[in-house]
Design a protein. Structure first.
Length: 156
């Protein structure tokens, strides 16, 4: 079992999980409330290495996850960013582009991320993050197309 899967502190950040995917909020210090990561449960280097079943599900799970994040946070859009570094699991950062927050526009969000790393006091409030996780967890299972997958809800 990898370190991320066995860390109980990471489990409280999980909004949703299925047999193949986990939607987890960014750990503290979270740059923004609603900054999630959609990750494969299997160790896989990138989308080119998905099984046919993973490839079939990925688009639907990504779409539903982005929709839930946008709905809950009030974001104008949700950026989906994947670099393929730093983890044995494919993980796509789902970053809410918030109205009135020019510091989260396009590539400026990377500058915001680095600023929060240097100054954790600028991070999203943990209580806000917990509420966003709770709301996304409640909404997400209602957004999957019939028959695409059988989500396994978390115990939140």
């Amino acid at each position: 079992m990898c370190a991320r899967s066995s860390d109980p502190g990471q489990e409280r950040l999980v909004a949703w999980r299925s047999d193949r995917w986990t939607l987890r909020h960014h750990a503290h210090p979270a740059p923004l409330g609603g900054w999630f990561q959609l990750e494969s449960n299997r160790h896989v280097g990138g989308a080119a290495d998905f099984t046919d079943a993973e490839a079939t599900e990925f688009g639907a799970v990504l779409r539903a996850s982005c929709h839930a994040v946008r709905e809950v946070t009030g974001a104008m859009r949700v950026y989906a960013i994947a670099f393929g570094e730093g983890s044995a699991h494919v993980h796509v950062h789902l970053v809410p582009r918030m109205p009135g927050r020019d510091d989260t526009a396009a590539w400026k969000v990377a500058d915001w991320y680095r600023l929060v790393e240097r100054e954790p006091g600028r991070a999203a409030e943990p209580a806000h993050v917990e509420e966003v996780i709770r709301q996304v967890a409640a909404l997400l299972p209602t957004l999957f197309p019939q028959g695409i997958l059988s989500p396994t809800p978390t115990g939140s």
